[in-house]
Design a protein around this ligand. Structure first.
Ligand SMILES: [Zn+2]
Length: 377
């Protein structure tokens, strides 16, 4: 259990003890900086809580719980800007149903800071005094935005940022990376194990970073010499291929899930309702992964420009892309002020991407602004 959640030993110990002693609270609020796999942790914990096996991770019941089709495990995800009253009402109506398997029913609510105040009001009493078999696992990256009335009714569980050394150790152990590459990716992910796992992740992760950096290094404004071809288009092309792979994977997962549901539900109306939900969830997941892929691409570009700036400042010992030190040293020929201006351009684009603007247009605009800065320098 929790293999995908590195670090957080204190949190793991606390829950292991509570499970052993049967001394679980009825509501937990998992809080801490983004990228620490808190939601993954909540989901794994929920699987352990509702499965008769206690969360072996390999039996059919665990598999069902992980796929989101266990009758005692529910995840209430934001659909749009907020978690709405209509999403919370079924939870409350459902609370009195007795558990099917392990004697517990669990609700996981990620991004609980997006809970609409009216929805929160409806939930409060349930969170405070749920039936004995019910457990709420709420998750947030932004504790200061969660309604105080919600916070005060939960046991707070704090996730702590990991050091570069901890992230590097995780990349070596879980992803088989060696020395300098693990070190570089750890620095690039600035404490976010989710980002580190994406960068290392699939076998394509490392190749993709190399591809991005190759095109970034040749982009107008970043390269000393006029480049052949169209590096910005090539950079955007890497992202588009990655997004295409993501879409294919999400679709394949959905197909598998629809088939499983077809076996599980005989009643046509039930089946349709379940399948519509699964399709909507897949759509949201696809949008989320698209946004993350674009943000990761821009972050790699930002880290490259930041490192050019670092070299220009004469501080090469704090490079993030420490596995590309020679190349960076050769490329950083402009002043620190020049690279600082480019960093400002990248920061603005990152903000745009957070607001869900068209990713391709945002990146094209970014490279065009690089050129403008270069021409005015
Ligand atoms: Zn199991």
């Amino acid at each position: 259990m929790f293999d995908d959640v590195p670090g957080q030993e204190k949190v793991k110990e606390m829950f292991a003890r509570a499970l052993r002693e049967g001394a679980l609270s009825h509501a937990y609020l998992l809080s801490g900086p983004e990228g620490l796999a808190k939601t993954a942790f909540a989901r794994e914990l929920a699987v352990a809580l509702v499965s008769a096996c206690g969360g072996c991770g390999i039996c059919p019941e665990c598999e069902r719980a992980r796929r989101g089709i266990h009758p005692d495990l529910h995840v209430v995800e934001r659909e749009g800007d907020l978690i709405r009253v209509e999403q919370v009402e079924p939870v409350i109506a459902d609370l009195s149903l007795k558990p099917f398997a392990a004697g517990r029913r669990v609700w996981v609510i990620p991004e609980v800071e997006y809970l609409h105040p009216a929805a929160a009001n409806k939930l409060l009493k349930s969170i405070e005094e749920p039936p004995v078999y019910v457990i709420f696992l709420l998750v947030t990256d932004r504790l200061e935005r969660v309604l105080p009335t919600v916070v005060s009714r939960c046991q707070l569980v704090e996730f702590r940022s990991l050091s570069d050394a901890q992230v590097a150790a995780y990349l070596r152990e879980s992803h088989g990376l060696d020395g300098i590459e693990a070190e570089a990716l750890a620095r690039l992910s600035t404490g976010s194990v989710e980002r580190a796992a994406r960068l290392a992740g699939d076998a394509r992760g490392a190749d993709r970073r190399a591809e991005y950096l190759r095109h970034a290094a040749r982009a107008p404004g970043l390269s000393r010499v006029a480049s052949e071809g169209d590096p910005p288009a090539a950079f955007i092309g890497v992202l588009e291929r990655q997004v295409q792979e993501t879409v294919t994977r999400v679709q394949a997962d959905l197909d598998k899930q629809l088939a499983m549901l077809a076996q599980q539900f005989q009643d046509k109306r039930d089946l349709k309702w379940q399948q519509d939900r699964a399709s909507a969830r897949a759509k949201r997941e696809e949008a989320r992964l698209r946004r993350i892929a674009a943000q990761d691409a821009v972050d790699l570009l930002a880290a490259w420009v930041r490192d050019l700036w670092v070299v220009a400042c004469g501080a090469s010992d704090v490079l993030w892309n420490c596995d590309h030190a020679d190349e960076l040293a050769g490329a950083a020929v402009a002043t620190p002020e020049y690279y600082a201006r480019l960093m400002g351009v990248v920061a603005r684009t990152r903000k745009d991407l957070y607001l869900n603007v068209d990713q391709k247009l945002a990146l094209q605009a970014l490279f065009a602004r690089f050129e403008e800065v270069a021409e005015s320098a």
